[in-house]
Design a protein around this ligand. Sequence first.
Ligand code: SF4
Length: 337
Amino acid sequence: MNKKAVVMLSGGLDSTLAAKLMLEQGVELCGLYLSAPWGCCDKTKAMKVAAQLGIEFMVVKMTQEYIGVIRKPKYGYGSSMNPCIDCRIYMFEKAKELMAQIGAAFLVTGEVLGQRPMSQMRHSLFLIEKQAGLARRIVRPLSAKVLPATLPEEEGVIDRERMCGITGRSRKEQMQLALKYGILDYPNPAGGCLLTDQEFGNRVRDLFQTQEEVDLEDMELLRLGRQFRLNPHTKLIVGRNEEENRTLAEYLAPGRVLFVPEGFPGPSVLLIGPPDEAADRRALKMIAHYTKKEKLPPQAKVIRRVGVPRQEGQQPLEETILLEGHIEEKELEATRI
Ligand code: SF4
């Protein structure tokens, strides 16, 4: 067995420490960052970590296939829409592909035994590595001493005694190790995966319940704005700030309509669904509701843009309409997702 490995880098402290412990033993590492369509971990941070460690860095994008994993997880969900066991299997399969490409003998992760309820319990760790086809080839340097010996340890490629035996959710030992290595700038672990977030989870659930075909763009859109489900075919996304208003405009496409305040500061609204006058009226009410009263001019107008196919280079169909209508908070909350 050679001394080359892929290390999963999230940009967080645990994976950085795991990489450090392996570099100390002379392992040649290639950092792998798996990029989710809704941008969970911090790619820039992961890239920076790889540069600081002086190792190669690869980004692999999660594909359409990953949506299938979230939609129908064999091992179920955690506290929200996070199918951690299936997700880890998928990630390790991707890592395995990279290992084959670059001729790496094993995989290194920053996992800590017992740190996460679903995917980092003893039985889950073994189930996941077996299902991913990497049984005994995943080294977890932070918990190695409390886990059975892996193949690289057995074959003397790495020394078990020079790794750690950390367990559980306390991060005290990792922080001490960080001090030892002079790592002072690391993100708070609370950031985490959006699929574990209840609000985001509700949006994912709503999408899966109302749409048969779901693509990466549908998933990306779940991150944006305030979202409201009007009926099984129609959803409204209301921008919460200028940046979101600009981003919503980038998602204008056939089957979507964008409403933009004309000449006053208010939210843009993206309507996703078939032509529907009631939904149009609701979009206008949303703009009025989320615009500061003092900023709303008399006879305020809104530009209504209908999405057209991007590849044909056509301009969206546009008209200006009068902003009118009012919506009660209660009515609004009843449709919020
Ligand atoms: S927390 Fe999110 S990214 Fe991590 S394993 Fe679970 S679903 Fe996957």
